[in-house]
Design a protein around this ligand. Structure first.
Ligand code: G6P
Ligand code: MN
Length: 443
């Protein structure tokens, strides 16, 4: 008998929800019994639900859509839980960015001080989600988590709920692969990569196009242009100048460190000074998202409420949603597809600690990911990763033990923060700004 899945999107009120639902409906092999949206913010979720209902009308009429703020009914018997929570919402993202920038440091959603602040907010709600799923979901539930900051979330959930059926993923590598495919004039499916690192902190070591090693060819392009082509340069300039800047910045890193191809997030750790200079504290990325994507989503929801037509394709998220759905299908049907995911190292990268949560390729089976062995990595990359892993580990311990001392060590350990005194100043501001969200830290 074909299985019919109950799928719950946790963080239903996200600006990404409608687009991701489109990708879910496109994966015809994933038969959906019920689609649920769950969020703690009812009005926000209700607005997004109107867009989702429209996506369903256009693509899978008749599919039951349920919207809830009650965890018990939402997670009851759920097979898949897609976790995409943003604790504190976009306003807190902006605060994170601005507080760090005020102290002259990188102000970013997932990297540096902003990422650590966001991590401290997200650990408890993620653990609560695991507990809901253990209590109410199907015994063989899977949480596919792409809530940020994924590195810290993965480490914390493993420390606190090691048996949770959760797979942590991030779309950035596959978004970069899509750019690589464009550069190489092939399809995304034609590419297979080798990769190692932590989330938002990794390197591509090999790229194969239908089996042929094209790494050097690609490196030559990236050293000259970054992850952009002449065509996408123009498109990106119009659609999203910030992302164009990010994809271009890979050029500088690829020239400085020609061994491997960088994840774009290295710009925050390796080019911090120029990123700070580029960032406008009055128009941070979070503010751009509030004034762009978020406005468009809620304007469209309003239009649908008034019976006006909306072009839904503007909300389709493409590679991001496709990747999530591929991972889910591989878990559901034991497809063993090869994907980059975040797993406990356990020797996969030989000279990194076993308990590092590394981002590496794995075959995704119905029992979970089977990581592919990476082997040893060179000292420079090992050193960078060990420092960041220690930073994230200390932050998780700070959250669990309510330790101010460890939080200060974590902030001091982060590459984006130049000194212990700056670390302390930022941490103290973050504690104040996050008093409704962070666990209390004992001094
Ligand atoms: C990529 C990353 C995500 C991150 C997002 C931010 O997709 O993998 O982890 O949340 O970029 O994009 P935004 O448009 O919100 O700045
Ligand atoms: Mn990510």
């Amino acid at each position: 008998m074909d299985k019919n899945f109950k799928i719950v999107i946790c963080g239903g009120g996200s600006t990404y929800t409608a687009g991701i639902v489109k990708n879910l409906l496109d994966a015809r092999r994933l038969k959906i019994r019920e689609l649920w949206l769950y969020d703690i913010d009812a009005p926000r979720q209700d607005a997004v639900a109107r867009l989702v209902a429209q996506v369903i009308r256009e693509n899978a009429p008749g599919l039951p859509l349920k919207v809830s703020t009650d965890p018990q009914e939402a997670f009851a018997g759920a097979d898949f839980i897609m976790a995409q929570m943003r604790v504190g919402g976009l306003p807190m993202r902006v605060q994170d960015e601005q507080i760090a920038l005020k102290h002259g440091c990188v102000g970013q959603e997932t990297c540096g001080a902003g990422g650590m602040a966001y991590g401290m907010r997200t650990i408890a709600p993620m653990v609560q989600l695991v507990d809901y799923c253990e209590a109410y979901a199907a015994a063989d539930y899977w949480i596919v988590n792409y809530s940020n900051p994924a590195a810290i979330v993965a480490k914390a959930v493993y420390a606190l709920r090691p048996r949770a059926r959760i797979l942590n993923i991030c779309d950035m590598p596959v978004e970069i692969e899509a750019r690589m495919a464009e550069i190489l004039d092939c399809e995304l499916q034609d590419l297979e990569v080798d990769y190692f690192g932590l989330n938002h902190y990794g390197w591509f070591t090999k790229v194969r196009r239908r089996g042929e090693d094209v790494t050097e060819q690609l490196k030559a392009h990236v050293r000259q242009y970054g992850y952009v082509t002449q065509k996408s340069y123009q498109d990106l300039l119009v659609q999203d100048p910030d992302w164009r800047h990010t994809f271009e910045n890979a050029k500088t890193i690829a020239n400085l460190f020609p061994d491997y191809l960088p994840n774009t997030y290295w710009q925050y750790y390796l080019l911090g000074d120029s990123v700070v200079q580029y960032t406008d504290i009055h128009n941070t990325r979070g503010q751009q998202v509030i004034n762009g994507r978020e406005k468009r989503v809620f304007a469209a929801a309003e239009k649908l409420k008034n019976g006006e037509a909306v072009d839904m394709s503007q909300f389709y998220v493409g590679v991001h949603g496709l990747f999530i759905v591929e991972v889910m299908c591989s878990l559901a049907f034991d497809e063993r597809s090869r994907q980059l995911v975040i797993v406990r190292n356990n020797g996969a990268v030989e000279n990194l600690p076993d308990d590092a949560m590394v981002e590496i390729p794995a075959y995704i089976t119905s029992r979970g990911p089977e990581p592919i062995r990476v082997g040893p990595i060179p000292r420079f990359y090992k050193g960078l990763i060990e420092q960041q892993d220690a930073c994230e580990g200390l932050l998780v311990e700070a959250a669990i033990e309510h330790s101010y001392a460890k939080a200060l060590q974590a902030f001091t350990m982060n590459r984006t923060i130049p000194s212990a005194t700056v670390a302390k100043a930022i941490l103290d501001d973050m504690i104040e700004a996050n008093k409704d969200y962070w666990p209390p830290l004992q001094r």
